[in-house]
Design a protein around this ligand. Structure first.
Ligand SMILES: Cc1cc2nc3c(=O)[nH]c(=O)nc-3n(C[C@H](O)[C@H](O)[C@H](O)COP(=O)(O)OP(=O)(O)OC[C@H]3O[C@@H](n4cnc5c(N)ncnc54)[C@H](O)[C@@H]3O)c2cc1C
Length: 359
């Protein structure tokens, strides 16, 4: 219900398996074949066949046209009702044990016996512990999809300003992402930062969320910014630099960058020299800042870690060591960047299991 800021970003418009897998820092290789059986196009067809109208936003995210997660939740509940699925509320699973060919599920409300055990408990530490006691390897969980805390006079009092084509790179690591970056009260957010947090989830955890990053706010090369400034110097030499940003740079950000570059209020374009231009380039294209912590991204977050993927047979998501146990969703060491891809992994696993078990 709280997914996608209450709107449920149910999947993404990217459906070609080769492209879809590029959005999974963990699990991409393993999901390639399953995505040939059930991908985001199938998800959309499935919900639409259940009467849920969907829409695709400009950035590729797919939502119900109602902008309300209840539409998606209700479709699943109605389908389960129609298929006579029994839902036992108040039965928290606390352990699993094998009895001959069956499984005994210990719950907070008595034991249940089953021929086939499908576990889709998401990021539950207690369940990972139970699965570890059955011999399964578990990759220790760490958070993914978070925003960065950082402070600098270039950013202070400028929350809400965003740059559509920025690039961010973690200092000393091959972790780099491009896309929109948003200045927030606490530091930085936006798709490029969230992608960085997903691809770097494990390494950034090891660094205790304390690391340097370099930001190119405009995604440009030095010579492109220099050329834009030179053009202003030629065409508008008498204009005050502070009042006339180049390249549609947000005015308040440009003014702050000018101040920090020593370009005073009355300085016009004809009066700025190499030193100030270099300082502007450093702030706009090679801005170094220390990240000192993180915050949860409220619209979507996920756990990196879970059951080691080598434990799973991805033709049907069964567990290799127990043929009648299946796992799907976040319980596995699969996670994606933001955009509906995390749900897609869960839908695909669910479909593969549902269509392969015989009851
Ligand atoms: C705030 C937020 C917003 C998100 N928004 C999006 C989004 O818009 N798009 C997207 O793609 N992804 C989104 N995600 C990620 C997405 O929700 C998960 O990746 C996805 O729900 C995983 O599905 P799952 O079925 O594996 O686990 P879950 O959806 O977590 O479901 C696990 C279920 O198992 C139950 N359970 C757990 N332990 C036990 C137990 N011991 N016994 C019995 N039952 C148990 C839980 O109560 C729960 O109902 C969001 C995540 C968060 C936290």
């Amino acid at each position: 219900m709280i997914s996608g800021g209450g709107r449920c970003n149910v999947t993404n418009k990217i459906w070609e398996p080769d492209e879809l897998v590029k959005n999974y820092p963990r699990g991409g290789n393993e999901l390639l074949q399953p995505f040939h059986s059930f991908n985001s196009k199938d998800t959309q067809n499935w919900f639409e066949s259940e009467g849920i109208r969907l829409k695709t936003e400009l950035d590729g995210r797919v939502f119900p046209t109602t902008n309300d997660s209840r539409s998606i939740a209700n479709a699943l509940i109605h389908k389960a009702d129609k298929l006579d699925v029994t839902v036992k509320l108040g039965h928290r699973a606390t352990g699993f044990s094998q009895k001959a060919n069956q499984w005994d599920i210990e719950t907070s409300n008595g034991n249940l016996v089953t021929d086939i055990l499908v576990i889709t408990t998401g990021g539950s530490p207690a369940i990972w512990k139970s699965l570890a006691s059955l011999g399964m390897a578990i990759v220790p969980p760490v958070p993914s999809l978070f925003t960065f805390h950082c402070k600098h006079e270039l950013l202070s009092d400028l929350p809400g300003i965003s740059f559509p084509n920025a690039t961010a790179k973690v200092g000393g690591k091959p972790i780099q992402q491009s896309g929109p970056i948003l200045i927030t009260h606490e530091g930085l957010s936006g798709p490029a930062i969230l992608k960085l947090s997903a691809w770097g989830a494990r390494e950034l955890h090891e660094l205790n969320y304390n690391f340097p990053i370099t930001i190119n706010w405009l995604g440009l090369k030095d010579k492109q910014l220099v050329a834009a400034i030179k053009l202003e110097q030629e065409t508008n030499p008498k204009k005050h630099v502070i009042n006339k940003p180049v390249l549609d740079i947000p005015k308040r950000f440009w003014q702050r960058a000018c101040e920090l570059s020593g370009i005073t209020v009355n300085r016009n374009y004809a009066e700025i020299g190499k030193k100030q231009i270099h300082k502007l380039i450093d702030l706009m294209l090679k801005f170094n800042i220390q990240v000192t912590g993180k915050s949860t991204n409220k619209d979507e977050f996920v756990t990196s870690g879970g059951v080691e993927l080598s434990e799973i047979n991805f033709t049907d998501f069964s567990v290799k060591r127990f043929s009648n146990v299946y796992l799907a969703g976040e319980v596995l060491n699969i996670d994606a960047v933001t955009g509906g891809f995390n749900f897609q992994a869960a839908w695909t696993g669910g479909y593969m299991i549902g269509s392969s078990i015989k009851v």
